[in-house]
Design a binder for this molecule. Sequence first.
Ligand code: NHR
Ligand code: GAR
Length: 216
Amino acid sequence: MSRIVVLISGGGSNLQSLLDQCQSGTLNAEIVAVISNRPDAFGLSRARQAGVKALTLDHKGFANRADFDRSLADLIDDQRPDLVVLAGFMRILTDDFVNRFLGRMINIHPSLLPRYPGLNTHQRALDAGDPAGGATVHFVTTQLDGGPAIAQVEVPIDAADDAVSLAKKVLTQEHKLYPVVVDWFVSGRLQLDRNQAVFDGTPLPKSGRLLDTATL
Ligand code: NHR
Ligand code: GAR
């Protein structure tokens, strides 16, 4: 069974969705550890509640990013994961770190990449008058939120939406999207090949596969 390490910084609702699907057997994988850079992250309690090892590596205890990232990478390697999953992890990772886990680390980002890499994505989509927001799962590369996309979901933006309501709607879809992509990876259907995401032997389109919210 595939071993997964999940990195978080906060609430961990995406983590919860993955924990639930591992627990129910829908996802044929074991979350062997959850690591947070913030000691107060609620997601750590979710891990403990599920009987999963919960670890904190506080970035505030390090002089610089390179030192923190080396310790984090060593801690991850200790867990012998097949896949590293970023789920609301809020620290930019150094090139050395990314290269250690290249091809076996994915992130979920709350926008329709390549639109709005970085932070504050929902407000930026609203300010631009976009008809839809969404989320993207991508391989993590040294290009921030610029690694090859694997899959997306779209969420329509209504006139009444603000950043909070849109974030909530997108997050609900993230909870469905992320386990699907993790399943693709652990079942051997998904690879990173020469900076392209390959699914069932076929390169995926630039923005990944668009999954229909109705069938997720
Ligand atoms: N690192 C690399 N190299 N590549 C990616 O694609 C990464 C990454 C690290 C995190 C998640 C990403 C997101 O989905 C992610 C992708 C944090 C920031 C950020 O600016 C930006 C993007 C993402 C995560 N972080 C601030 C920093 O200085 C701190 C912000 C805070 O602590 O609240 O690290 O959006
Ligand atoms: C999610 O919307 C995720 O896409 C986003 O933060 C939220 C985490 O929620 N990630 C980022 O913004 C990464 N910079 P969760 O902790 O409840 O899963």
